[in-house]
Design a protein around this ligand. Structure first.
Ligand code: NAD
Length: 307
């Protein structure tokens, strides 16, 4: 079985590739290496250095006849989407449409799409279920929501099957400092370097941190799950504040960092936690790693003994 993973040289995509290679699938990575890295590429996968907006995508997919496409490549940063809406739209919408066209014309069986909790925006109803109101507060959230609507219409009009996975804040090995779950890798790096941790606001803002190997497992399940053509939250359904996160990291690392408070960031969502029952029912998926377990694995990878 042949699977194309766009963004497979990036943080989440590379863990998905690892999982697929381990399962003995034939894996191809398509990535322009704009934020991804050559060192993330699993040697068991074929690598195509290409942009998802490339006009040659149709010919490529027609030639290779992939069974499945897992689409992770994107402009991933909320702040960049506000600073440069054209680029966000170009990669996240035009790039997606280019891939969808190539996929339907080459009879791909199913496409899995990396969506985001950012499509919900700030909401009072917690935990956020899939059918909650959606009011993205950034162009990034809007471009992911629009992406989901394209998938829905490609299915309705052309029968191209899809599963959209709305990731909460993803963390784990190989994560850069940017992106949605970047706070953990920033804190870890600073903690181990003996530097202070900067908290925007009072630190009571919460997020739902999901370990990257759980996200990779959800993508794998989505390839074969019976309940397709809908969107699922991929989350722990546990709310963790920045203050709790700092306490946990300090305990695990056995270090006491200085905490510096700065002004709250504009547009920062106060609380975020996503319901995950739908994924348990429809994808037969549940998170396997607690936050302390995932953080301990990251610390170990960085060569630090946990307490
Ligand atoms: N990290 C999170 O917490 C999080 C949360 C929700 C959703 N997501 C989504 O998950 C996906 C993966 O994110 P990530 O955190 O691994 O980011 P990442 O930057 O590590 O990975 C993105 C990959 O896509 C590649 N890419 C970017 N633009 C491309 C283009 N035009 N053509 C080809 N390749 C291109 C990059 O080189 C990189 O390898 C993204 O779609 C992101 O929006 C991430």
């Amino acid at each position: 079985m042949k699977v194309l993973v766009t963004g497979g040289a990036g943080f989440i995509g590379s863990h998905i590739v690892d999982k697929l290679v381990q399962a003995d699938l034939q894996v191809y990575i398509l990535d322009n290496l704009s934020t991804g890295s050559f060192s993330n590429i699993n040697p068991g996968a074929a690598f195509l250095k290409k942009d998802i907006r490339d006009e040659g995508l149709k010919e490529l997919l027609a030639r290779e006849r992939f069974d499945y496409v897992i689409h992770q490549a994107a402009q991933t940063m909320v702040a960049n989407s506000l600073a440069d809406p054209y680029y966000d739209c170009d990669v996240n919408i035009r790039g997606l449409v280019n891939l969808l066209e190539a996929s339907r014309l080459s009879a791909v069986k199913r496409i899995i799409f990396a969506s985001s909790a950012a499509i919900y925006g700030d909401t009072d109803v917690l935990p956020i279920a899939e059918d909650c109101g959606k009011q993205p507060s950034s162009f990034y959230g809007e471009s992911k929501l629009t992406g989901e609507r394209y998938l829905e219409l490609y299915y309705k009009n052309f029968g191209l099957e899809y599963v959209a996975l709305r990731y909460a804040n993803v963390y784990g090995e190989r994560q850069g400092d940017s992106g949605e779950g970047g706070v953990i890798s920033i804190f870890l790096r600073k903690l181990l370097a003996g530097q202070g941790l900067t908290v925007y606001g009072d630190g009571s803002q919460t997020r739902d941190y999901i370990y990257v190997k759980d996200v990779a497992a959800a993508n794998y399940q989505a390839l074969f799950a019976g309940t397709a053509n809908r969107s699922y939250n991929i989350s722990t359904q546990k709310e963790t504040s920045v203050n709790d996160l700092i306490e946990l990291l300090s305990q695990l690392a056995g270090l006491q960092p200085a905490v510096i408070h700065d002004a709250p960031r504009d547009n920062d969502i106060r609380r975020s936690v996503l319901a995950n029952q739908a994924a348990a029912n429809g994808l037969n998926w549940q998170p396997a790693y607690t936050l302390p377990a995932g953080l301990s694995l990251m610390l170990r990878e960085l060569g630090h003994q946990t307490m």
